[in-house]
Design a protein. Structure first.
Length: 334
């Protein structure tokens, strides 16, 4: 060890210094001695970057702690190099939460780190389908909408068939994601608005529900005759009696899709979501509406949600497949 420390400022092949080797795992004692000696922290090897990258790659928590306590800066000493991503992106890629947290707490600006190609943390997690890591980033304010080469995280998730991530991103952008640790102010407002809306909802009697079903059955007959405007009128009457009849909501959404009014269909689907989340037709109609709007990532995500509830449904599978194909054509990928 004494010999290694005495050669602290002499590089080996590839500009590898003793401090890099001390970061290769299980060498905390050597790292401590080098830091006490005042070894320069900003040495970067040709291929594997700086000392923080070395420590993160070898997942040595103790050495990472020593480096940070010894003055290592995640934005400079752990920055992206020509051949190596920044230390934070390496940590995200490994999924080592303790190291990820240490780096973030050292400087939260590390969320802006990129890889050698210029892709950011959110881009890479979306591409790889690492939903848990993506959630961790979102909770700490990572920018979901940052673009590179005209692509954001949602685009990359679709391009690489990461539809669980697409569904999650949709929840985030719609403001429906509930934080696991504490509720944000936006959610508090949403909850208050929801409570007020619930209080204002018409009190539905059993007689109202029965009348709504009768009207719905008449509307269904018009639907089968392809009299969609007439069916919309009847379904609307049924909803006046029972505003939360989910079958009526999704049937009227189907009518709006047939009359080329996808935005109106989405409104009905949005209401249906508040009634029940286990009704697959809500997501199916939503997928059809998004497809009509040429919003193929959202369409694929909705059809995927429908498939999760009813895996054997051929119509849901067809909708999902055609959305994926259309999305790939839209983004010029195979």
């Amino acid at each position: 060890m004494e010999q290694l420390i005495s050669l602290a400022e002499l590089p080996r092949k590839g500009n590898v210094y003793p401090i890099h080797l001390a970061a290769t795992g299980g060498k905390a004692e050597i790292m401590t001695a080098l830091l006490e000696r005042g070894t320069i922290l900003d040495r970067k090897s040709d291929d594997l970057g700086g000392v923080l990258q070395w420590a993160v790659m070898h997942q040595d928590v103790q050495v990472v702690k020593l480096l940070l306590a010894g003055g290592a800066d995640v934005l400079t000493h752990g920055a992206c190099t020509k051949n190596m991503p920044g230390c934070f992106i390496l940590a995200l890629d490994s999924g080592h939460l303790e190291i990820i947290t240490l780096l973030y707490e050292s400087d939260n600006q590390v969320l802006s780190q990129k890889d050698p190609m210029g892709w950011g943390c959110v881009h890479l997690m979306c591409e790889q389908g690492k939903k848990d890591m993506l959630l961790w980033l979102v909770e700490r304010g990572a920018d979901l909408y940052m673009e590179k080469d005209g692509l954001n995280g949602m685009d990359l998730a679709l391009k690489h068939n990461q539809f669980e991530v697409v569904a999650y991103l949709r929840q985030v952008t719609e403001g429906k994601l509930k934080q696991s640790e504490k509720m944000k102010q936006e959610e508090i407002k949403e909850k208050e608005q929801s409570e007020k809306k619930t209080q204002a909802v018409k009190v539905v009697t059993e007689e109202d529900r029965a009348e709504a079903i009768v009207i719905k059955d008449e509307a269904n007959k018009l639907f089968l005759k392809e009299d969609f405007p007439g069916a919309i009128g009847m379904y609307s009457q049924a909803l006046e009696k029972d505003p939360q009849n989910i079958q009526v909501l999704t049937n009227r959404a189907a009518c709006y899709i047939n009359t080329q009014e996808p935005a109106m269909a989405l409104e009905d689907c949005k209401t249906a979501r508040t009634v029940r989340l286990d009704w697959p037709k809500t997501f199916f109609r939503e997928g059809e509406a998004y497809f009509q709007l040429k919003e193929y990532p959202d369409a694929a995500s909705s059809f995927w949600e429908a498939l999760k509830l009813d895996p054997g449904n051929k119509a849901y599978k067809l909708g999902f497949d055609k959305s994926v194909k259309a999305g790939r054509n839209q983004y010029g990928t195979q």
